[in-house]
Design a protein around this ligand. Structure first.
Ligand SMILES: *[C@@H]1O[C@H](CO)[C@@H](O)[C@H](O)[C@H]1NC(C)=O
Ligand SMILES: *[C@@H]1O[C@H](CO)[C@@H](O)[C@H](O)[C@H]1NC(C)=O
Ligand SMILES: *[C@@H]1O[C@H](CO)[C@@H](O)[C@H](O)[C@H]1NC(C)=O
Length: 450
């Protein structure tokens, strides 16, 4: 009897701890799909994540072409890391010297040390630059699902993603809220009259009744719109996990130290501190993971085509990386509990087509909002991740075209992905995969905290 009581007490303690509060509701089945969180954790952390990391370090995947200078089409962007003041210029290409010279190194260090944590380092060596020019000649053009920057535009530039990790930038407050607010309020099919739970700033006055109204509204939506909302929320969670996991912990003149900030994580995901929202946000992250995983699995036939190359001009390496990519996609395909996208857009044909178009347009608009993000590094990762998710959706809804891909290269292919889309697809998934892996770290840190 005593033992039972002790056990019960222990259980109570555990579920009352911060660890329990962040994660207790993030177990078991996910709504709208036949999958559970534990299976995803095991699959991602032990199998997929390490291989994906290796792939993303290859030259093909680390250079992403992006136009960070597109004007915001919706409002005037004025932020602390505004367009002109952002330290992009000092980091611009080291043209006269080799990238490994002392001068270049110094410049890089200076860039790192500059207070502009949100600045994007665009330095690339001359050789890389020339090679990249060659790559784009081997690119496939295609019809696009979401806004893709004009690759020919002189404003588009290659960015080395390894030099610009996604992490804490100090970009927060009203400007960052405006971005998320316009996404949730104006682009997620939600009427203004239904208030989102826990809007920043209004937390202390929130009574919790908004949550109820909001979720009963969401439950009343068709599965497509619900899925759309959950994808956006999952993306939001992933970004917040990254900035909590790579927080600027120490910022002194002699060192910068990045690492896990448990209190930041709890403020965003602890059930108690977020009026129950945190665990829901984390579940949406898993949902997003499943959608992108499904897209990767479906895209396998495209990447298997003999004519497809991860072209960087070094045939041996290109072949090696293609094999690794195929291995990863096959792994994705082997995952037993895939999201079943046939339940999406499955109703009355005319209605389904209209719904699909609505979703496509909303997504398109969100990818344009990314040009309004004031902080360059956040804009870079925001654009990459929306483009990656857009590419995932394009794949999921092109099943017939992918299956009809011709066996020989003489025929015009029915489905294509550009280099930009491929790079964003894999890197966006890499972010989500990293977030899932980081949750394991936070679980351990929170348990330690007790
Ligand atoms: C670009 O490609 C051409 C021919 O395909 C080759 O001669 C040249 O060396 C390549 N340049 C670089 C920098 O890889
Ligand atoms: C696109 O997003 C902006 C900013 O949130 C919004 O004002 C606009 O109404 C949206 N446009 C469409 C077509 O949804
Ligand atoms: C962690 O984040 C909180 C805000 O959530 C901040 O107040 C605190 O200073 C951070 N801790 C460190 C060590 O930077």
């Amino acid at each position: 009897m005593k033992l039972v009581v002790a056990l019960l007490l222990l259980l109570l303690q555990v579920s009352g701890s911060a660890d329990g509060r962040c994660f207790c509701q993030v177990t078991g089945d996910l709504e709208d799909c036949a999958c559970d969180v534990e299976t995803i954790d095991g699959f991602n952390n032990d199998k997929l994540f390490p291989k994906l990391q290796t792939l993303l370090e290859s030259d093909y995947f680390r250079f992403y072409k992006v136009n960070l200078n597109k004007p915001c089409p919706f409002w005037t962007v004025s932020s602390h890391c505004g367009l002109r003041d952002c330290a992009v210029k000092p980091c611009s290409p080291v043209s006269s010297s080799s990238p490994y010279s002392a001068e270049a190194n110094e410049q890089l260090v200076e860039c790192e040390q500059a207070k502009h944590l949100g600045a994007v380092d665009v330095s690339l060596s001359k050789e890389t630059r020339e090679a990249l020019l060659n790559w784009s000649k081997h690119d496939d053009e295609s019809e696009r699902f979401c806004v893709v920057d004009d690759e020919q535009s002189p404003d588009s530039q290659y960015v080395d993603l390894l030099l610009n990790p996604e992490r804490f930038t100090g970009y927060r407050g009203p400007e960052a809220w405006q971005i998320w607010n316009s996404i949730y309020e104006e682009n997620c099919f939600k009427p203004y009259t239904v208030r989102r739970p826990l809007i920043p700033n209004s937390f202390h006055s929130s009574s919790g009744s908004e949550g109820k109204t909001f979720y009963s509204w969401l439950e009343g939506q068709c599965v497509e719109k619900r899925a759309f909302y959950r994808l956006i929320s999952g993306l939001h969670s992933s970004i917040n996990i990254h900035l909590s996991a790579r927080y600027l912990l120490d910022d002194s003149w002699f060192q910068k130290k990045w690492g896990h900030n448990v209190s930041e994580f709890r403020q965003r995901f602890d059930s108690e501190l977020t009026a129950g929202e945190g665990p829901k946000r984390l579940r949406n992250l898993y949902f997003l993971y499943l959608i992108e995983l499904r897209a990767l699995a479906k895209a396998l036939p495209f990447f298997q085509q003999p004519s497809f190359r991860l072209y960087t001009g070094r045939p041996e390496e290109d072949q090696k990386h293609k094999e690794l990519l195929l291995h990863i996609l096959q792994l994705a395909r082997s995952f037993p509990l895939h999201f079943d996208e046939t339940s999406l857009f499955a109703g009355d044909e005319k209605e389904a087509a209209k719904l699909k178009e609505d979703v496509r347009l909303a997504f398109l608009n969100i990818s344009r909002i990314m040009d309004c993000v004031g902080c360059f590094k956040c804009r870079l990762w925001g654009k990459l991740q929306t483009q990656g998710l857009g590419t995932s959706l394009k794949i999921l809804f092109s099943e017939r075209q992918i299956e009809a891909l011709p066996a020989s290269s003489d025929q015009r292919p029915s489905f294509q992905l550009s280099r930009q889309e491929i790079v964003s697809l894999l890197n966006a998934f890499g972010r989500i995969s990293t977030s899932i892996r980081e949750l394991k770290n936070f679980r351990a840190l929170l348990a330690e905290d007790q």
